[in-house]
Design a protein around this ligand. Sequence first.
Ligand SMILES: [Mn+2]
Length: 267
Amino acid sequence: LFKTSVSTAVFQSGALGTTEKLELKNLVEKLAELGYNGIESLPYDPDEVDVSFYKTLPGGMTVSAVASGGISFRHGVTFLDPAEEKRAASLRLMKRYVKLAYDLNAPMVLIGSAIGKIESSIDRERAIGWLVDSLKSCSHYAEQMNVSLAIEPINRYERNFLNSVDDGLDILRLTGAENVHLLLDTFHMNIEEASIRNSIRKAGKEVVHVHLADSNRWPPGFGHMDFKSIIHDLREIEYAGFLSLECLPKPDAATALESGIRYIGAL
Ligand SMILES: [Mn+2]
């Protein structure tokens, strides 16, 4: 049986273009009640987090991961910003997310949108060099706190490189850090991977976190993806991390949360 968690941001703040908002406290109580094992935290600023709240989560829940999307959403900087001072700012922020993960006893920081895009004025090799240097720097810092980093391949409509598992493995090879791994997101995989099965097998031990959403980014079971097969493949690679629901609150938040864990549990 896999551990389950929920990426809370979309349910709290109307992220991903949604409007429904739940108070974090009520949301967390609901997740414990439904039987989730953890919550994935996406604070827009690490300094705004009430650490004590996360230390006493109901139902023995833990923080499955800290997501760093606030670096681009809130602070408007990324690892690939053409301006050097903005790249430096994103790196400083990322280290604060790493420290926050340590403070919350979370095993890892998720790195998705904070990577950014390659601007047309920037040479591709140069940009990848910036990314790899930033990851190396973060990984050294995170190592001292026993925190891992998980980079997320994101589909081509949201990012103009690092879209597939193969792309992610290339970045891991270039980075060469023992605590930098992959986050697989089924919504992005459905768009980018020729074979989800082969990609999961190829990623193997590098998979440290999984985001679950169906083909339409609704909760699993509301689209046309074969989650039975995905779960089978994750068992085969002996994946031991969380299955973290990161989906739109559709048809509504309560139904998404309830059906999410029920559907995963029945697979
Ligand atoms: Mn994701």
